[in-house]
Design a binder for this molecule. Structure first.
Ligand SMILES: Cc1cc2nc3c(=O)[nH]c(=O)nc-3n(C[C@H](O)[C@H](O)[C@H](O)COP(=O)(O)OP(=O)(O)OC[C@H]3O[C@@H](n4cnc5c(N)ncnc54)[C@H](O)[C@@H]3O)c2cc1C
Ligand SMILES: O=C(O)[C@@H]1CCCC=N1
Length: 386
């Protein structure tokens, strides 16, 4: 084995690639993590200070995975002696008969501790929020905030402590599949027995070198922060929770928010979709339709916020047609593993995705049933996409 040869190469040092590389190194695999930008960067999907972690989901399998995932987050916190998670609870609001019932049933079936908030008690528990007419509300008490940038720094640091190698500022420009995979970057050529592709919005650009295209749509999200009229009203220290509004008068997609924390006096509230973009041209996508929706919602339901965004940052989702992840082997090259299409809800799963992609790359039986995440589910919809 030459010094350029590895057991495994991981392309993409976002949350999923970083946790995958960390798991491989923990399993004594000589691992190289390649990143196109100089780290840390804010050009993909994993940057920013915070993300929501929750067990509240439509599908049991996500809730099941989160059981172990919370333990893995806590293990990493202990191992690195750093705080990555803050419990705040998650307020779920939605029309009584819609998706809200599905969330509630999943939580109850899986014995996740929740508190139902009857309308007459709502404002006593959640001040400064108007519960929409016909909406019900509950709190997933296990949910909270993950510190995102700190997570990446921590997991990449732990990977390096285990002997892993990170090469940033090294955009991959070619992949030659084979029993030994050759990966060419702008400044080097590397070989490995196995390859993991976790390239976020650039997944299809990289997969084109392997003869595969997935039905992925890249969406720009305007990450909006809104000023409190009375400082502290929606603050994390005053125990204001994260929230998801499942459907609303203003929009059919979720609206979600996190208590004011990272920027003093500003609460982050975003719309769970946006306009399509080329990931290399993100800043030229200037659609603000999502901000118009948020302004109307905030005026109606969060009267304690100034309904004009004080800060707007950018981030991207990589969305599959069913909003479920892709965690699978490449259909023609079994030593290439793909983690993609995290559809705007993948951060909280980082530790478990890392474990699963590591297992797949080592030819092990994955710890969870991965059928919802297989590539072949797209075949029925669009053969040409494969
Ligand atoms: C605004 C916003 C809010 C969100 N909120 C939540 C939330 O509350 N909870 C939650 O769980 N999830 C949330 N998500 C989703 C979550 O952040 C993403 O699912 C997750 O970050 C995806 O990570 P990734 O590693 O797949 O992609 P990325 O972070 O984009 O990582 C891919 C990496 O690959 C690199 N790369 C690409 N091409 C190459 C190449 N040719 N050579 C080398 N490197 C390359 C990129 O530069 C990038 O660093 C949110 C996302 C956004 C945008
Ligand atoms: O995954 C999450 O928790 C957030 C909030 C809901 C929509 C997407 N991301």
């Amino acid at each position: 084995m030459s010094s350029q040869d590895y057991d495994c190469i991981v392309i993409g040092a976002g949350v999923q690639g970083s946790f995958t590389a960390y798991n491989l190194a923990k399993n004594n695999k000589k691992t190289l993590l390649l990143e196109q930008f100089v780290l840390p960067h804010s050009r993909g999907s994993s940057h920013g200070q915070t993300r929501i972690i929750r067990k509240a989901y439509d599908e049991d399998y996500y809730t099941h995975m989160m059981e172990e995932c919370y333990q893995l987050w806590s293990q990493l916190e202990k191992e690195a002696n750093v705080k990555l998670y803050r419990r705040t609870g998650l307020l779920v609001m939605g029309p009584e008969q819609g998706d809200y019932q599905v969330f509630k049933s999943t939580l109850e079936r899986n014995k996740v501790p929740i508190v139902i908030l009857p309308r007459e008690e709502f404002s006593q528990h959640i001040p400064h929020v108007n519960l929409s007419q016909g909406n019900a509300a509950l709190v997933d008490t296990t949910a909270g905030v993950l510190y995102a940038d700190r997570t990446l720094k921590t997991v990449q640091g732990q990977f390096q402590k285990l002997g892993g190698v990170i090469k940033d500022g090294q955009k991959v420009i070619d992949i030659t599949p084979g029993s030994v995979v050759t990966v060419t970057t702008v400044s080097g050529v590397y070989r490995a027995k196995r390859l993991v592709i976790t390239a976020g919005p650039w997944a299809n650009t990289l997969l084109s070198h392997t003869g595969l295209q997935l039905p992925l749509q890249v969406i720009k999200i305007n990450v909006c922060y809104w000023r409190e009229k009375i400082p502290g009203s929606y603050n994390v220290q005053h125990r204001f929770p994260c929230f998801i509004q499942l459907e609303s008068e203003e929009a059919k997609h979720h609206i979600y928010g996190l208590p004011s924390n990272e920027y003093p006096g500003l609460m982050k509230i975003c719309y769970h979709t946006g306009a399509e973009t080329d990931p290399d041209e993100r800043d030229r996508q200037t659609d603000r339709g999502d901000i118009d929706i948020l302004q109307r919602y905030i005026t109606r339901c969060f009267p304690g916020l100034v309904p004009i965004p004080a800060v707007v940052e950018s981030c991207m989702y990589t969305v599959t047609p069913d909003n479920h992840f892709v965690l699978d082997l490449h259909p023609t090259h079994s030593n290439i593993v793909i983690g993609a299409g995290f559809s705007g809800h993948g951060f909280k799963f980082g530790p478990i995705v890392g474990k699963l992609l590591c297992e797949l790359s080592q030819g092990e039986v994955p710890s969870y049933d991965l059928s919802p995440f297989r590539i072949r589910r797209f075949q029925a919809h669009s053969k040409s996409a494969l």
